[in-house]
Design a protein around this ligand. Structure first.
Ligand SMILES: Cc1cc2nc3c(=O)[nH]c(=O)nc-3n(C[C@H](O)[C@H](O)[C@H](O)COP(=O)(O)OP(=O)(O)OC[C@H]3O[C@@H](n4cnc5c(N)ncnc54)[C@H](O)[C@@H]3O)c2cc1C
Length: 377
């Protein structure tokens, strides 16, 4: 069977490694000239990325350990301590490690897919490639996803299920002049009008990754740097797209994985862990010759979490300044619960714990004038 993986990001490379382990040869094509570049990521991953994958991942890309977060709203804040909860990685190195031993075919950008008998012709800028099975690991703007939606629009035309929203994320790496930030604690700043949050991630050596996902990401980031008087040398700037929503995961002999499959946490935009775990499910389905089970396995693994995240995101994007402030105070008052239950990859866990507490549930309903208990169902 000719298998072609489009895209040599973490999801594509890890799928290729797993398929290799299961005895399948897969070609992997990549539009760029090397793996890992350009970087479009803040590089903060939960420890599960290194502790909970089928194939052990090299830890040589880890450059800092994170022991908690300072959660901020304007000039108010509270701290959540979680020793070793996450790592800051060198994302280029992370991707390159995942590609070790693979023969990535560089400079081959997928342009178009056409049906050919029971398989497909993948048209690239340099050659046409035949595939019995196509794996779309081509990231947020996946052309493979667009092809699936074109030939099977049952999702794309379904407003409730097929709605993918793309957000812009921008980040600066800054070597700060004054050492005023903690080197092991990330900062998360909530502000009205910003659909996610502003992050400050310590890399070490006084270098911080400061970024935001929002409609006016550059302006919001510059405004934040000004307000918090963060000065220093900007070493690097990056920008990228974060897809949030739901899509169809496969169609006939084409499957999506990673950002292409929108395997992204709706509340934070983080996609590395879900991308790796979805690669594991996909590789198992191919090994078992049960591609038709991929949808079900993915939904079983992440369906509830993604649905919860989408509902919580919708709610968060609708709340006003006063509600945001009061919700922040409610979270601050209950920081102990967050500290005890927070799970880097499964955000619903905190909400389940919080909503179990009748007083918090009552206060939350009052602040938001909504039945927040419905979030989880
Ligand atoms: C600003 C920003 C910050 C982020 N921060 C974090 C974070 O801290 N933690 C986290 O977990 N996630 C983060 N993410 C998300 C994370 O980067 C993605 O979830 C992750 O990269 C998805 O991996 P992937 O392999 O699915 O896709 P990608 O990493 O996007 O890889 C796709 C690959 O396919 C290639 N490709 C694309 N189109 C074609 C084509 N037509 N033909 C051939 N090749 C093609 C690309 O060149 C690329 O190599 C962030 C994203 C952004 C934008």
């Amino acid at each position: 069977m000719e298998i072609v993986i489009v895209g040599a990001g973490p999801a594509g490379c890890y799928t290729a490694q797993l398929l290799k382990k299961y005895g399948f040869e897969a070609r992997i094509i990549e539009e760029h000239r090397e793996v890992g570049k350009p970087v479009r990521c803040a590089g903060l991953v939960g420890r599960q990325v290194f502790e909970n994958t089928l194939l052990p991942l090299s830890e040589s890309s880890i450059i800092n350990q994170i022991n908690g977060a300072l959660v901020c709203y304007r000039d108010d804040s509270f701290q959540i301590k979680r020793e070793g909860v996450a790592y800051v990685i060198d994302r280029e190195k992370f991707d390159k490690n995942l590609s070790q031993g693979l023969e990535v075919e560089y400079g081959k950008k997928l342009i178009e897919i056409n049906k050919e008998g029971s398989g497909y012709i993948i048209k690239t800028e340099v050659e046409d490639i035949y595939a019995d099975l196509v794996i779309g690991a081509d990231g947020a703007n996946s052309r493979v996803r667009k092809y699936i939606n074109f030939v099977d629009n049952s999702y794309a035309n379904n407003k409730k299920r097929g709605n993918i929203k793309c957000y812009l994320g921008v980040q600066y790496r800054i070597k700060v002049e004054e050492y005023l930030l903690c080197s092991k604690i990330t900062q998360v700043h909530f502000r009205e009008g910003i659909p996610f949050f502003i992050w400050v991630i310590p890399e070490g050596n006084n270098i911080f990754r400061v970024g935001v996902i929002s409609e006016n990401a550059r302006e919001d980031l510059l405004g934040f740097l000004r307000d918090f008087k963060i000065k220093g040398e900007i070493i690097e700037k990056l920008a990228g797209i974060i897809p949030i929503g739901l899509t169809k995961y496969y169609h006939k002999n084409i499957a999506l994985v990673g950002d292409a499959a929108v395997q992204v946490k709706p509340l934070t935009g983080g996609g590395i862990y879900y991308g790796l775990k979805s690669a594991e499910l996909l590789a198992e389905c191919i090994r078992d010759n049960r591609l038709d089970g991929y949808d079900i396995r993915l939904k079983k693994k992440f369906g509830r979490e993604i649905k919860f995240g989408l509902k919580a995101r919708k709610l968060y994007e609708e709340i006003n300044e006063k509600e945001l402030k009061n919700m922040f105070i409610l979270f601050k008052e209950n920081a102990g619960i967050i500290e005890r239950t927070a799970n880097f990859e499964n955000h619903s866990v905190i909400f389940i714990e919080i909503l179990k507490n009748p007083k918090i549930l009552r206060d939350g309903r009052k602040i938001l004038s909504r039945n927040i208990g419905k979030l989880l169902f």
